[in-house]
Design a protein around this ligand. Structure first.
Ligand code: AMP
Ligand code: ZN
Length: 433
């Protein structure tokens, strides 16, 4: 295995030994923040209590609500003048969740990110275009720093302006890029519409992540753009990107266990679930001094993939994120994940990339409407063909989610598109609309 650094090649025994040492250090550091001094104090937990990794379970969880309540500096564990940057999680309304970093924290993050990129074949000399927001969102500066650390010629392209993005990709002969999956599909289709071949774009590797997407959507990106796409997972509370990443096998995301402790728990009981069983991901930082976070409830649903990865790395693999604990929709008593709907929609070749699930309430009855963009070449004048397609999609969805949705077929590019992460669900049930 070609590796970026030693820790990438550690065996289980080494990983777990280092984790325990780093966990104790993290607790010692965290106790310097008002938040953890209080939380750990009340739970009666001290670094000395940690005799093995299972002792971690004595520590109470930290939630997003905790972080909001401690805004802005309640979890900071160093003197303020050691902090050099902060980021915030995206899409939050009201009080944001902010994470503050020291220079060492940023260095460690850049190395993790560089390790991810190296793992999928990106090297010094590659030209890397980062199509991500360069504001508080961590996908901008986070991935940027990793690419520079690796020695790539790094283009901070930012988001939007499809024409300019494409021009940069071509003119700079970009070999690798980072892009959110919905935008990758959008760019590819925009080129197709203009009669250009998106497969002729130079990049051979794409890092895709930051929003939930299915394996089907990934394969579409690969076919459309003629490249390999690797799933990148992270969240602001754990730095951002660089937490877990697919290797060349494209079968699960290695979570970097020298820098994090990952647990998967039953979202209701908080107890660990066995490998292979889905639960909520809970994460602990092991290499952060500015603002350590311990046992953070990500609300993301995944499982540990059992068995070893053929690539030889011993860092455990997470399955692709199946959804959020909190995006589960309940319609007529059925639990539904938007990703189930996407999976079905994407299996129809007539269906374009953009769709919207609208939840409505009619006279006390919940109703689900799925607005689906149909590719231009299939959006024909033949009503019979369209009605048949509509029925076929509705039936397939019913078989999967046990609720029959109303399916609206609309023209390509007619649904609103988000600037950042795609918005897939609109809940109008309680809005009085
Ligand atoms: P933020 O902190 O605003 O960047 O949001 C982090 C959240 O984005 C995570 O908790 C996930 O819900 C989602 N996310 C990030 N990367 C992925 C990915 N590769 N697949 C699915 N969801 C993701
Ligand atoms: Zn692997």
């Amino acid at each position: 295995m070609e590796h970026y650094d030693r820790a990438e090649t550690w065996d289980r025994e080494t990983i777990e030994r280092v984790q325990l040492v780093r966990l104790k250090n993290t607790l010692r550091q965290a106790l310097r923040s008002p938040f953890y001094k209080d939380l750990l104090g009340r739970a009666g937990v001290s670094p000395e209590n940690m005799r093995n990794l299972a002792d971690l379970r004595q520590i109470p969880f930290t939630s997003k609500e905790h972080l909001r309540a401690a805004y802005p500096y309640g979890l900071v564990s160093v003197a303020k003048d050691e902090l050099v940057r902060f980021h915030a999680s995206s899409g939050t309304t009201g009080t944001p969740v902010v994470v503050c970093h020291t220079q060492d924290d940023l260095d460690c993050w850049a190395d993790l990110m560089a390790r991810c990129m190296h793992m999928v074949g990106i090297r010094r000399g590659d030209v890397f275009q980062n199509i991500a927001g360069y504001g508080l969102f961590t996908g901008g500066l986070g991935i940027h720093s990793g690419a520079e650390r690796l020695g790539c010629l790094t283009i901070p392209a930012g988001t939007g302006n499809t024409r300019r993005q494409v021009k940069l990709l071509r003119d700079m002969r970009v070999t690798a890029l980072h892009i959110i999956p919905s935008y990758a599909l959008y760019i590819g289709n925009a080129l197709l519409e203009e009669g250009e071949d998106p497969r002729s774009l130079p990049p051979r590797i794409a890092l895709v992540g930051a929003e939930p997407h299915t394996d089907e959507a990934r394969r579409r990106i690969e076919d459309l753009l003629g490249l390999k796409a690797y799933n990148s997972y992270g969240l602001s509370e754990m730095n951002g990107p660089g937490v877990a990443f697919e290797c060349l096998e494209q079968n699960g995301l290695h979570v970097w266990e020298d820098a994090y402790i990952a647990e998967i728990v039953d979202p209701d009981s908080g107890e660990p679930v066995p490998d292979g069983e889905q639960g909520e991901l809970v994460m602990t930082t092991l290499c952060r001094r500015g603002m350590p976070i311990i046992r953070f409830r990500t609300r993301d649903l995944t499982c540990f993939l059992p068995g070893d990865c053929p690539c030889g790395r011993k860092h455990r693999r997470l399955a692709r994120i199946a959804g959020r604990v909190d995006d589960m929709l309940i319609i007529k008593g059925c639990n539904i994940y938007p990703m189930q709907v996407e999976q079905i929609l994407m299996s129809f070749r007539e269906v374009g990339e953009n769709y919207l699930i609208v939840l409505e309430n009619e006279a006390g009855m919940d109703r689900m409407r799925v607005q689906v963009e149909v590719r231009s070449e299939y959006f024909v004048d033949d009503m019979r063909a369209l009605t048949a397609l509509q029925r076929k999609i509705a039936n397939r969805l019913r078989d999967e989610i046990l609720v029959t949705p109303k399916v609206d077929l609309v023209q390509q590019n007619s649904l609103p598109r988000a600037e950042g992460k795609a918005k897939r669900v609109e809940d109008r049930r309680h809005a009085g609309i």
